[in-house]
Design a protein around this ligand. Structure first.
Ligand SMILES: [Zn+2]
Length: 400
């Protein structure tokens, strides 16, 4: 695929799936500079001098959004190279989920988010503590500062949020408890620092620091707050008979969003299958990519999407779960998540690889009859090949 920086580009003749606009059909997507200027069957024909990228047999979608990544390379030892999860995986937009807290956020902003070498568009969910750093050894939990209320300073965190509202779109909370098992001061702090911003909660335990019981946690979440690792095993979503718990159903119906956040051990086909069967599909599909899971079982967003597709969720819904739904979750639906004319030129392109393939959640393997693989993306109007996803395809072919 040529690198395209011409003024007008036509992504020609792909199957365009744009769930926000209810569109699924063969069409062209035309961009001029950093903006989408036309979408529709043969919409590119009138642009005779345009650079044309042939999308025959490809799926063309709004720019994919990975709602849960760890992408602040160099802050600790947990993050992956920033663009590996982004444009190199066909994902022009991603969200860092709480790798850092308020006192070090400026470093993440200057060193990664705004750095000229960073190609992917990054938004941030901030940890509400003063000092938090996601790293391999969970040092903030080991040192017990992840459950020490002295680590909370609502006023200074407010200032960091208000100074960075163009990129901070919410909070990532580890709902640790202190002396009272019925409340998490860290969740309360996030709700106080910026009551208008959503909170993403890590469902599940941490080493060293106790967390709020799932049932209590679910009842504290507001409409628009998100649970990540929503399909993990033993997370309190299902009761002993494998049925969704009342707390889970109540939260879902109240408008709490359910995010996949796959990670190494936090996605189980069994849980996902049951929740989907019972009418509680995830709202968003995200990876939680970090050093522990990029070489399996997560690999990339397209692989994670393939797993949900393999559970008989229709393809347009799988696309919605990685485009308009995450855009809504971070209140960016007026800018991202659809291919409407006038929107920024953020577009993803996927291949459907037909034929049996094995997909693993790290515990259970299933055989799917087809899967998605990223081809590339337009990020701010510039084309990037999905070299990370394509590398895996090449390796698989070599192994045959
Ligand atoms: Zn994470």
């Amino acid at each position: 695929m040529p690198s395209a920086q011409n003024d007008v580009q036509v992504l020609k003749g792909g199957r365009v799936i744009d769930p926000a606009n209810g569109f699924d059909g063969i069409a062209d997507v035309v961009t001029k500079g950093d903006t989408i200027i036309a979408v529709g069957p043969d919409a590119g024909l009138q642009y005779a001098d345009a650079r044309v990228l042939d999308m025959t047999n490809k799926v063309v979608t709004p720019g994919l959004i990975d709602l849960h990544t760890h992408c602040y390379t160099g802050l600790g030892d947990f993050c992956l190279p920033t663009d590996l999860m982004g444009v190199d995986s066909g994902v022009p937009i991603m969200v860092d989920a709480g790798t850092t807290s308020s006192t070090i956020f400026g470093l993440a902003r200057k060193g990664i988010i705004d750095h000229p070498d960073t190609k992917t568009k990054i938004f941030a969910l901030l940890d509400p503590s003063q000092i938090y750093l996601a790293n391999k050894t969970f040092v903030c939990h080991y040192l017990r500062i992840a459950d020490d209320e002295r680590n909370i300073d609502v006023e200074s965190a407010k200032k960091v949020v208000d100074d960075n509202r163009d990129v901070i779109v919410g909070f990532k909370v580890r709902a640790t408890i202190t002396d009272d098992p019925d409340r998490s001061p860290f969740l309360e702090a996030a709700h106080q620092i910026a009551p208008d911003l959503p909170v993403m909660i890590h469902l599940g335990a941490f080493p060293h620091t106790p967390v709020l019981d799932t049932e209590k946690l679910l009842y504290k979440l507001r409409k628009g707050d998100m649970i990540t690792h929503a399909c993990r095993g033993g997370g309190g979503q299902l009761d002993q008979n494998g049925e969704p718990t009342k707390a889970y159903k109540d939260a879902y119906e109240r408008g709490v969003l359910m995010d996949i956040g796959h990670s190494a051990g936090d996605f189980h086909f069994r849980t996902a299958r049951r929740l989907i069967e019972r009418g509680y599909p995830p709202t968003t599909i995200s990876t939680d990519l970090n050093v522990f899971n990029v070489d399996g079982p997560v690999y990339s967003l397209s692989t994670t999407m393939s797993k949900i597709w393999a559970l008989d969720v229709p393809l347009d819904q799988v696309i919605a779960m990685t485009t308009i739904n995450p855009a809504r979750a971070i209140n960016k639906q007026d800018t991202y998540g659809s291919l409407s004319i006038g929107r920024p030129a953020e577009v993803s392109v996927l291949d459907i690889e037909e034929g049996p393939c094995t997909l693993s959640d790290g515990n259970e393997e299933i055989v799917a009859q087809r899967r998605l693989r990223a081809v590339g993306c337009l990020r701010n109007g510039k084309w990037y090949d999905a070299i990370h996803d394509q590398k895996q395809t090449a390796e698989l072919k070599e192994a045959v």
